[in-house]
Design a protein around this ligand. Structure first.
Ligand SMILES: Nc1ncnc2c1ncn2[C@@H]1O[C@H](COP(=O)(O)OP(=O)(O)OP(=O)(O)O)[C@@H](O)[C@H]1O
Length: 311
């Protein structure tokens, strides 16, 4: 387990990334602190800036403005820091002409803390043939090889950019199970970007919703679920909710409205039924709010009209 006062996995202040001089930033003024020892799900629509954040964290690109530390140091600060972070990029790249065994040999050469026993045990467990060329592996086998290489570095932090996107449901399940086993075995933190909310729900205990280049909400999954609710009741009255209750998204159905709200306090003595939200509803509510511009001073009713007009 990481030490209680271990530095945060990511700490970003005003983090901004623009590719080129024109156009909107891929990340815009992101402020974020993620505690260590967590499995963090990074979700958001296409083009939200997820890969950009992960590439900044691995030192593959530089911020345009603001700062980011990873495990308390600038990303890829030096060889020691590089060895503390394992990264599996989107589409799990491997060297096609290298065999599985050659990948392990190369990994051992490049990484001072390489754990050969862990690597060989995992290769056996997932049924990879050490003599097979990586170019002939299936997507699932490639993902398992990339995961094994990242884990055998014995990093403190594993970063995955959509690791399971190309895998069938069974292979995905196996991959996620292995990922969790590694996290426990290494006592590591992990950040995992994905469009697959089921996967996120299965393995993550911390969530970041990134849309429109900004963090919309971040926090412990259980806390987030406890602090959000679905209010079902008459359309009128949304403007009279108790102070501290923020409407994230409203959908009108006939005379009734269904609102996803963030509740610091109880929703108040209105004729509403408060129901539990699922993680998917919560994520979709924030994504919709970001896509419609709701939340930048627009009232609940106006935001609902925008939402309905866009459907
Ligand atoms: N190398 C690049 N050059 C120019 N623009 C880029 C580059 N990489 C990303 N972008 C732009 O930055 C924005 C964020 O892209 P990014 O890949 O970080 O999003 P994402 O959330 O990972 O998307 P996806 O879910 O589709 O993988 C997009 O508008 C994208 O077009």
């Amino acid at each position: 387990m990481p030490h209680a006062d271990a530095p945060p996995v990511f700490h970003a202040e005003g983090l901004t990334k623009k590719y080129g001089r024109r156009g909107k930033p891929a990340l815009d003024d992101v402020n974020l602190t993620i505690p260590s020892g967590r499995v963090i799900g990074l979700v958001g629509p296409n083009g939200a800036g997820k890969s950009t954040l992960l590439h900044l964290a691995c030192g593959l690109i530089e911020p345009t403005a603001g700062s980011l530390t990873v495990l308390g140091s600038p990303p890829a600060a030096n060889a020691t820091h590089l060895a503390r972070v394992g990264f599996v990029a989107q589409n799990t790249p491997v060297y096609g002409s290298f065999s599985v065994a050659e990948h392990l040999k190369f990994g051992a050469k490049m990484n001072p803390a390489w754990d050969p026993a862990l690597a060989e045990r995992r290769i056996r467990q997932v049924g990879l043939n050490p003599g097979q060329k990586a170019g002939q592996l299936s997507g699932g086998q490639r993902a398992q090889l990339a995961l094994t290489i990242a884990a055998a570095k014995r990093p403190e932090l594993l970063i995955f950019d959509e690791p399971a996107a190309a895998l069938d449901p069974l292979a995905r399940k196996g991959f996620l199970r292995n990922l969790m086993e590694f996290v426990v075995e290494l006592g590591a933190s992990a950040v995992l970007s994905s469009h697959l909310l089921d996967d996120i729900e299965q393995v993550c205990d911390y969530l970041i919703v990134l849309c429109e280049s900004r963090v919309q909400v971040a926090g412990d999954v259980r806390d987030l679920l406890a602090r959000h609710a679905r209010l079902v009741g008459p359309r009128e009255g949304l403007d009279r909710l108790a102070p501290g209750v923020e409407v994230i998204r409203t959908e009108h159905r006939g005379h009734y409205s269904h609102s996803i709200v963030r509740t610091g306090a109880a929703p108040g003595p209105l004729p509403y039924v408060a129901e539990r939200v699922s993680l998917e509803e919560l994520v979709l509510a924030y994504m919709t709010r970001a896509a419609t511009g709701y939340g930048s001073g627009m009232g609940a009713e106006a935001a609902t009209d925008v939402w309905e007009a866009r459907r």
